[in-house]
Design a protein around this ligand. Structure first.
Ligand SMILES: NC(=O)c1ccc[n+]([C@@H]2O[C@H](COP(=O)([O-])OP(=O)(O)OC[C@H]3O[C@@H](n4cnc5c(N)ncnc54)[C@H](OP(=O)(O)O)[C@@H]3O)[C@@H](O)[C@H]2O)c1
Length: 325
């Protein structure tokens, strides 16, 4: 049976996700919802979508949807995830799942109470690159991990999305892009026990750049860095007792990596790319929902809770607060 998708919020990322759905044979985008009927109609026309809703609520008046992808700015995730869950529809919600830990806890609580599928769209967890990196690490290829550092930066110039600088829309580098280095740290070193932060905040109290040191239970260190001041390599360097793994730019996408052993030439791993990379998370959601599962095993709701506990602590240490917090 064809899997029916809906999308709420028709901005930049919604368009990329919709492009990737087209590459999945048994997936179909059947409904889109926007705050504007005009934008919904135009988006639906671009993607051959049968139902265009002029409000988010009206999405549920159309054809059956098996899952909704929430692609609005961070601040509206809570409200829209709850809207979907109350309608009994599975949700894939863009990262960050919530603005803070309390919001994420609320969403997770509702999803578990209603027994409806919910997943944070941490697409990097689902790429073939990540799968191979984990496979090699688990096989002992680089030995025990000693530490890692990862970065993500881009030049947010005058043409950049306004939401990046707007506290009312959850702006700043950490929640937008810094989340990826923090995620990788969690994946490889677990929840940090000790965090130190150095941030550069703008006149609205938003982090344009943030450096985070994360020490895990065994004392191992991870370093995560994000900035809106310039383009960084966006790579991850993972140091093991036997070898290093250099995860090449941009590590959070379907990307390439090398294993470097002392005296040996690098062992390179290349991955083909025939979509934007959101197809992998979409397929994971489809498999879960079809099987009647309410969480994903690779990126569970507990994983999201840990990630947001860390992100919220980092913001507290840096003094980054959003309106209403
Ligand atoms: N996974 C990734 O690679 C990736 C990449 C970029 C962004 N993201 C995440 O995706 C989310 C959206 O990012 P985006 O870059 O797509 O943003 P965007 O281009 O600004 O689009 C967001 C859309 O959300 C809707 N919206 C609802 N309330 C809004 C408000 N108050 N202000 C502006 N738009 C509002 C709008 O759609 P309507 O007008 O149609 O309602 C808008 O087009 C963010 O949470 C971000 O972290 C993820």
């Amino acid at each position: 049976m064809i899997f029916h998708w809906g999308i709420l919020g028709l901005g930049k990322i919604a368009r990329k996700f919709a492009e990737d759905l087209k590459t999945i044979e048994d997936a179909k985008l059947v409904a889109v919802g926007s705050r504007s009927q005009e934008r919904a109609t135009a988006f639906a026309a671009d993607f051959g979508t049968e139902y265009a809703a002029g409000s988010y609520e009206a999405l549920f008046n159309g054809p059956r949807v098996d899952a909704v992808y929430v692609a609005t700015p961070h601040v509206s995730h809570l409200e829209l995830v709850e809207l979907c869950l109350e309608n009994g529809v599975a949700v894939l919600c863009e990262k960050p799942l919530g603005l803070n830990y309390t919001q994420v806890e609320e969403m997770v609580g509702l999803a578990r109470e209603k027994q409806v599928f919910l997943m944070e769209a941490l697409w990097s967890r689902f790429t073939p690159t990540t799968a191979k990196v984990l496979e090699l690490i688990e096989a002992g290829t680089i030995g025990e991990i000693e530490g890692l550092r990862a970065d993500f930066g881009f030049r947010a110039g005058p043409g950049a999305a306004k939401r990046l600088f707007d506290p009312a829309l959850g702006g700043g580098s950490l929640l937008d892009i810094g989340i990826y280095p923090i995620w990788l740290n969690q994946l490889l070193l677990g929840e940090p026990e000790e965090i130190t932060v150095s941030a550069r905040l703008d006149e609205n109290g938003i982090d344009r750049e943030i450096h985070v040191s994360l020490r895990n239970r065994e004392g191992k260190l991870g370093h995560a860095f994000s900035t809106l001041y310039g383009r960084t390599k966006t790579e991850a360097l993972i140091h093991g007792t036997k070898a290093d793994l250099h995860w090449h730019t941009r590590f959070h996408e379907p990307s390439n990596f090398s294993i470097l052993r002392e005296d040996d030439s690098p062992e390179n791993y290349f991955f083909e790319r025939n979509a934007n990379g959101y197809n992998y998370e979409a397929k994971a959601v489809m498999a879960d929902v079809r099987a009647g599962r309410t969480e994903n095993a690779l990126w569970s709701l507990d994983d999201s809770l840990i990630l947001h506990r860390t992100l919220t602590k980092i913001r507290e240490l840096a003094g980054i607060r959003y309106p209403g917090e």
